[in-house]
Design a protein around this ligand. Structure first.
Ligand code: NAD
Length: 349
């Protein structure tokens, strides 16, 4: 199988074509902005509603706009002149956030609704939407040993309340803009993403970052305990950020995947207890575990079935969890001590 096309190898995209990235003050879109910059793209417009000093990454040369993309006029301004638009803007966080703030999650539908229309009217060639494994039917995820989720498992629909339904509806917008109006849309269903420059404290962080921080805290304070949400038997897979941005690029530029939701996730399944053990190993510490059975814990088991992405792209996210965790742990540890020393850290909000 030949190498899948990317922005750099696309026969139509030029290095000075305008790429618009929504949510660029956040984790994944910040990494995507850096990725395109490193690939030599010279016109990148990065947009986020967060004030600029709070962006996780500021990429040199990118035009940075602070705008609320749930407003139509701002989407029109953001999409002006765009050749490609990537929508990664959403009000989201880990389980603690999406179970508590369903209305905020649902309201993200305004962003995609206005942004895809604005992209279409601006004459953009391609539009990317970041969907989620939370769009899958929750009935299929009631057991830690549930089989991995394949793309057809989203229907009959019983998505995660709030957040998952918004993703499913926005996917549908993308599909209909392709069917009725010919816009080339790409839809990736991300499974948990982690890595440096991700949220690591404050309530929106996800399991790998939250548990790394807790282990670092325990080592620092000498209180060798860790509290775990749920019974620790719930299972997940975690995709390293470098795989995520490469996957976004490949999915966006694959004509076979137009308007076709595809899993973008690791298929390396781990229980939360297993994840804690890996982090303890990296940290060189062993902690006493307590379990908070009343804390938000999400579905019992979720993994990514990568048969489809492999068959189309000849590739799937493949950074081993242990390797990704090592880098992430080291980054969070540095952030932790910088913060303790009173320095401003990148994910402070
Ligand atoms: P993030 O919270 O770090 O980034 C999202 C960014 O969107 C934030 O910087 C936020 O300020 C911005 N935003 C929110 N509302 C906005 C608005 N109205 N106008 C402009 N900007 C707005 O999250 P992330 O982890 O980088 O996630 C990016 C995308 O990927 C989201 O769509 C998310 O739902 C999806 N996703 C992420 C994961 C994951 O594990 N991180 C998993 C599945 C799906």
């Amino acid at each position: 199988m030949s190498q899948p096309l990317t922005a750099s190898t696309s026969p139509t995209l030029k290095k000075d074509d305008l790429i618009v990235i929504a949510g660029a003050g956040g984790f994944i879109a910040g990494a995507l902005t850096r990725y395109f910059h490193d690939q030599g793209f010279t016109r990148i417009r990065a947009v986020d509603k967060k004030p600029l000093p709070d962006w996780y990454q500021r990429v040199p040369g990118a035009e940075c706009l602070c705008m609320d993309l749930s407003e139509k006029d701002n989407c029109v301004r953001a999409a002006e002149g765009a050749v490609e638009v990537y929508n990664l803007a959403a009000d989201m966080g880990g389980m603690g956030f999406i179970e508590r703030f369903r209305i905020e999650c649902l309201r993200s539908i305004l962003i995609n609704t206005h942004l895809i229309e604005a992209a279409y009217r601006a004459g953009a060639e391609r539009f990317f939407f970041s969907s989620s494994a939370c769009a899958y039917n929750t009935e299929l995820q009631k057991d830690p040993h549930s089989r991995a989720l394949k793309e057809s498992d989203a229907y009959p629909a019983m998505a995660e309340r709030g957040y998952g339904w918004e993703k499913l509806m926005s996917e549908m917008f993308c599909q209909e803009y392709s069917a009725e109006r010919g816009l080339k849309t790409a839809i990736a269903r991300f499974h948990n993403v982690f890595g440096p420059f991700g949220t690591w404290f404050g309530g929106r962080e996800k399991a790998p970052a939250a548990l790394s921080r807790k282990v670092i805290e325990a080592k620092d304070t000498g209180k060798l305990e860790i509290d775990i949400w749920g019974d620790g038997n719930q299972t997940r897979s975690f995709m390293y950020i470098d795989d995520c941005v490469l996957g976004i690029d490949r999915i966006m530029h694959c004509d076979q995947l137009i308007a076709t939701p595809v899993n973008l996730g690791s298929s390396e399944l781990v229980s939360i207890n297993g994840l804690v053990s890996l982090i303890e190993e990296i940290a060189g510490v062993k902690l006493h575990r307590t379990y908070d059975l009343n804390a938000p814990k999400g579905v019992a088991g979720r993994n990514s079935d990568n048969t489809f992405i492999r068959s189309v792209l000849g590739w799937e996210p493949n950074t081993p969890l242990r390797a990704g965790l090592r880098t992430t742990y080291a980054w969070i540890e540095q952030q932790y001590y910088d913060r303790k020393a009173g320095k401003r850290v990148v994910t402070e909000q």
